[in-house]
Design a protein around this ligand. Structure first.
Ligand code: F0G
Length: 361
């Protein structure tokens, strides 16, 4: 049986940035493309979820990190650094460990999901909590990388975007062609940039590198949280705010590339409210069986919002990237829609009362 070898070995011929360097891998990529039965019925479309929570550290960041760390190790780097709302730091810490490099992570003051923090600590990263937001952390990380012997592994590192484009390859490999529409959350805007590059390079018309199996490219539909929607508003947001902490970003590094992906694809970048994100988060887990972290539900929230506005033709093939695992930030599942805490039904060791509580006759 074929054993998935991680994105560097699976797509090495399309990742010029790593050339022949030995891969630093934890077996990332090859994630499931799951048909969402309920979302498909609701929209009259063929909706599939690219479940990136199935990567080794539980988010899509691992695709970029394997490539960035492969490059850094080959270049003889000793240390890496990143700014992060949590997932990048979890991934950087794990891959730095696999590469034998030391890792420093800069996270904003508060509002980092516990699961992500615990990963960075577990993998032995040096964790600095910065007195500022994510944008401040990234500014600081860039300064450190300019002046000290440390490699920056945020998505401003070109190897990161290169690695993340492999998700688009996998979608095409699974479907036989690109979908009509690709939905995803937008934070620092690296991932929408990466998907667009991946879809573009994987077409039969691709001029850069070798052509791929796709005959077309999807419309890119990106969604920001309403309290952190600089691209939608057309200017940086000084105090970004959203419960979707992963995308609480006011000045995305790949802003221009995201706008290019939107415009070249005939797509959109729109905002969804925290309420819409949480409703989509709940729907995904309770109706389609896929548990994601809140930010990851932004793409689903956006699709539902556009569908409700009559902007989604039926019969489309739609892929939604759900970017991170629900276990990263499980607290949101432990609240009812009205905000009250979920509490289990208490029963004795007694089949009759347990059956009654389960609604069994
Ligand atoms: N979803 C999740 C779960 C994320 O962690 C991120 C970004 C995004 C979506 C947005 O992706 O930045 O490429 O537009 N997280 C970064 C981090 C900022 O530090 O982990 P993007």
């Amino acid at each position: 049986a074929h054993q998935w070898r991680g994105v560097v070995e699976e797509y090495r011929d399309r990742l010029a940035v790593v050339a022949g360097a030995p891969a630093v891998t934890l077996g990332e990529g090859g994630t499931p493309l799951v048909r969402a039965r309920h979302l498909s019925e609701l929209t009259g479309c063929d909706v599939r979820l690219k479940v990136e929570g199935c990567n080794p550290t539980g988010s899509f960041k691992d695709r970029g990190m394997t490539v960035a760390m492969t490059r850094a190790a080959a270049d003889g780097a000793r240390a890496v650094i990143c700014a992060s709302t949590g997932n990048t730091s979890a991934s950087a810490a794990a891959y730095a460990t696999a590469a034998g490099l030391s890792c420093g992570v800069l996270v904003p003051d508060g509002r980092i999901a516990m699961g992500k923090l615990s990963q960075a600590v577990a993998h032995g990263a040096t964790l600095l909590q910065v007195d500022g937001n994510f944008d401040d952390c990234l500014t600081l990380a860039r300064k450190l990388a300019e002046s000290y012997p440390v490699e920056l592994v945020n998505s401003v590192n070109p190897a990161r975007i290169e690695g993340q484009k492999t998700a688009a390859f996998e979608v095409v490999d699974a479907l036989g062609d690109a979908p009509d529409v690709h939905c995803l959350p937008v934070g620092n805007a690296g991932n929408i940039t990466a998907y667009w590059r991946g879809y573009t390079q994987y077409t039969d018309a691709a001029t850069n590198g070798q052509p791929g199996p796709a005959t077309r490219r999807p419309r890119m539909w990106g969604f920001q949280a309403a309290g952190a929607a600089p691209i939608v508003q057309g200017h940086p947001v000084d105090a970004p705010d959203t419960i979707a902490t992963a995308i609480r970003i006011g000045n995305p590094a790949s802003w221009e590339q995201a706008v290019a992906a939107r415009d070249e694809s005939g797509g959109v970048i729109e905002a969804v409210t925290d309420e819409e994100i949480l409703a989509a988060h709940r729907l995904l887990s309770s109706r389609d069986g896929v548990f994601v972290e809140p930010a990851s539900a932004a793409g689903v929230a956006g699709l539902l919002k556009r569908h409700a506005a009559g902007l989604v033709e039926s019969g489309l093939s739609i892929v939604i990237t759900v970017t991170g695992h629900g276990l990263k930030d499980p607290q949101w599942a432990l609240r009812e829609a009205d905000g009250s805490e979920v509490s289990p039904v208490r029963v004795g060791v007694d089949a009759v009362s347990a059956a009654a509580a389960l609604g069994l006759e």
